[in-house]
Design a protein around this ligand. Sequence first.
Ligand code: C2E
Ligand code: MG
Ligand code: MG
Ligand code: MG
Length: 291
Amino acid sequence: QAKAAGRNGFCFFDAQMNADTHERLGLELDLRQALAREEFVLHYQPIVDIRSGRLLATEALIRWQHPQLGMIAPDRFIGVAERSGLIVEIGEWVLNEACRQMMLWQAAGLPRMVVSVNLSAVQFRRSNLEVMVRAALNRYGLNPACLELELTESILLQDSEAFIDMLYRLKALGVKLSIDDFGTGYSNLSYLQRFRVDKLKIDQSFVRRLQDNAQDQAIVTAIIQMAKSLKLLTTAEGIEDEAVRQLLAELGCDQGQGYLFARPMAAEYFADFARSTVSASSPLSGLQAPR
Ligand code: C2E
Ligand code: MG
Ligand code: MG
Ligand code: MG
């Protein structure tokens, strides 16, 4: 009986593995088509001055507008895109689209702001990022200072000559560099200075329970202090309520991003949002995203 169960178990496991592989290969194929059929879109989430609420930047976040399944979140396909190498092409599309949108917003007279784009470690290994970034900036006539590249701590673990050289070349272009999800990785802190990063984005896992978790408060306080002594800016991610915003402001955090200010939104809504914040009389009024 045990043997039968074992055999069944094995069969099930085998079938499951096949299903997983199938699903992954299917998804890979779908992603390739999605790129060709232009099914990806970028949504934009404001990054504001944590005290005044003034709009400083916007983060471009990819979504997949699937013809049958509807809007698919990046967490469901970025991993597969990375493992298949497709992230290189997807990432190039994201960079160009974000720069194109920025050019349109500048031409439309929107307030000056920075656009930030997420990069995957794979893009460092398998593409000439510097050439790609320079081409995108030139194509849309953008000032490099308007572009920020978000790296994850895991990217900083690739301590190769070629990688460090690439970071320096990106910095030399004049773009800004930030570390995303800071505090969740294992970064060698001396890297921050060496790589001349501009900003740390404090991961939302520390921000969410900031008020009632002493440990998270200690971590966030330490990150902000360290950033200050290294002359780096800090952005807190995932701010959902006013009390947390206030606490972060008191701790000396510079910038905020989160549902309290606005959710990520389609480009056309973002333009309205940006205009409404400029004319808002009270700094934190008019900061709600359109429904
Ligand atoms: P991330 O770069 O850390 O982006 C922040 C994520 O937190 C976004 O999720 C955003 O919608 C969400 N968020 C912002 N404020 C709040 C809040 O107040 N509460 C909560 N619960 N969530 C909040 P999203 O758009 O689903 O993106 C998830 C991740 O996917 C991103 O995390 C980033 O790592 C990755 N990603 C997104 N777009 C790209 C891309 O173009 N390229 C690459 N390589 N990765 C991307
Ligand atoms: Mg990010
Ligand atoms: Mg993050
Ligand atoms: Mg993330």
